[in-house]
Design a protein around this ligand. Structure first.
Ligand code: NCD
Ligand code: ZN
Length: 426
């Protein structure tokens, strides 16, 4: 039994944005009531949430836990611990593992291990065999085994005809397809925006058109199909505009943005080198502001971290050869609160919806809401506490370009199925 007292509940799904106490019994939220109304037994454990926001546990539909095969970077245990430390109670793992998750056999093996973790770790499967972009996986069987979505994240799908088949199949199965959109034909070198920074570093760069051209193609291919098309890690202002227009025309499309693209620009590469190398790259201030605008006006639906752990050894390579990607689960709230909510560029409710009910609804996950008699998956955070991003994490990896940054907004407790799965010591 757990009583959360004196907190401010923000639950975008029900529209509650008010002081509320919550009583948790046997893993469920038994009662939500105005302050000091709940009568609990004397032995109840009380969390004093004065000055804090209580919200649904965050839902991240885009994480890389590297399991199976790349567990020197991360594994499902350390990934789940990083998620809990970031306020997340549900995550969806990408399928660019080793081997990739393109068969029922591989899917089942990891899925079974994921059932035993302290938070809800769900799994996506590949769109194409071996992520080679040539032949579709057995999506019927993978969905029946538990795949919550399909993706070849990390590798864009070049072939239009195959994309049409994939969209049709995902429409038939009523399951999201999430796409990494960087047209290989337009890429010079990945991970750093093509522009002043790539010029300064003597890199070819990843041009914004590589992203928006492929997004435009797939949005238009989906016009007559209507699959749940999820555009991953949107980075360019033109992509935001394409989504805005597509939605206005009634085309079915959803967008993800990462905390790093909301908080930082290509300039970070000059300071942090390979640690700031990510696909698609951090771009310009104009892009960053357009992403924030897209989030605030509903063009972008979800904040997803693209938590992409790599080893210290890999990231110490020169920027041209180091792998792209950065960890993100443990800095997500702080970055978004500091760079979006505090400057009043989007409301707490909008941001929390993008971290909870929006991704849960798209992926048909019973999460992202605070409801009586539903599973008690919650985050309690202090919106005003300042903290400095440390050098070590619950994640196995440390590849964050945000180490040393001072952020506002700190996760204090994460509760999953009524159990405290993370508690901040600070
Ligand atoms: C991701 C990874 O490391 O798996 N890297 C990245 O830069 N985002 C794959 C991807 O999404 O491209
Ligand atoms: Zn990607």
């Amino acid at each position: 039994m757990l009583l959360i007292k004196n907190g401010h509940l923000i639950d975008p799904a029900s529209g509650v944005d008010a002081p509320m106490d919550l009583l948790i019994v046997q893993g469920k939220v038994l009662q939500i009531a105005k302050p000091n109304q709940i009568k609990a037994e004397d032995d109840v454990k009380v969390i004093d949430a004065s000055g804090m926001i209580v919200a649904p546990g965050f839902v991240d539909v885009h994480v890389h836990f590297r399991d199976p095969g790349l567990t020197y970077k991360e594994d499902i245990q350390t990934g789940a611990a990083a998620a809990a430390a970031g306020g997340y109670t549900t995550v969806v793992c990408m399928a660019n593992t080793k081997p990739p998750i393109d068969s029922v056999e591989t899917f089942k093996e990891v899925w079974e291990r994921e059932q035993k973790l302290p938070i809800h770790v769900l799994q996506a499967a590949n769109v194409t065999m071996g992520m080679k972009g040539q032949e579709l996986t057995d999506m019927d069987a993978l969905k029946a085994t538990g795949a919550v979505g399909f993706t070849d994240d990390g590798v864009p799908i070049a072939d239009e005809k195959l994309m049409v088949s994939a969209l049709q199949k995902c429409k038939e199965l009523d399951v999201p397809i999430s796409l990494h959109e960087e047209d290989p034909a337009l890429m010079i070198s990945p991970g750093v925006n093509k522009g002043k920074v790539s010029d300064a570093l003597g890199l070819g760069g990843a041009p914004e058109e590589a992203e928006y051209v492929l997004v435009a193609r797939d949005v238009m291919l989906n016009q007559k199909i209507g699959a749940k098309l999820d555009i991953q890690h949107i980075s360019s202002k033109t992509t935001v505009e394409i989504l805005r227009q597509a939605k206005a025309h009634g085309i079915c499309v959803y967008g993800e943005v990462t905390p790093q693209h909301l908080a930082a620009t290509e300039d970070l590469v000059l300071e942090k080198g390979a640690l700031a190398r990510v696909n698609p790259p951090l771009r310009t201030e104009a892009d960053r502001m357009a992403l924030i605008k897209g989030l605030s006006d509903g063009t972008i639906d979800m904040i997803a971290t693209d938590h992409a752990p790599h080893s210290a050894e890999e990231k110490s390579e020169p920027i041209a050869s180091a792998p792209s990607g950065m960890i993100g689960l443990e800095t997500a709230l702080g970055l978004v609160w500091t760079y979006v909510v505090k400057p009043q560029l989007a409301s707490p409710k909008t941001v929390i919806a993008a971290l909870t009910v929006n991704p849960a609804n798209l992926y048909q996950i019973p999460a992202g809401k605070v409801q009586e008699n539903a599973s008690a998956d919650l985050v309690i955070f202090d919106p005003n506490e300042e903290w400095t991003v440390p050098e070590t994490f619950a994640s196995k990896a440390t590849n964050s370009p945000f180490i040393g940054w001072k952020l506002s907004g700190k996760v204090k407790y994460t509760i999953c199925n009524g159990e405290i799965v993370y508690q901040s010591l600070g």
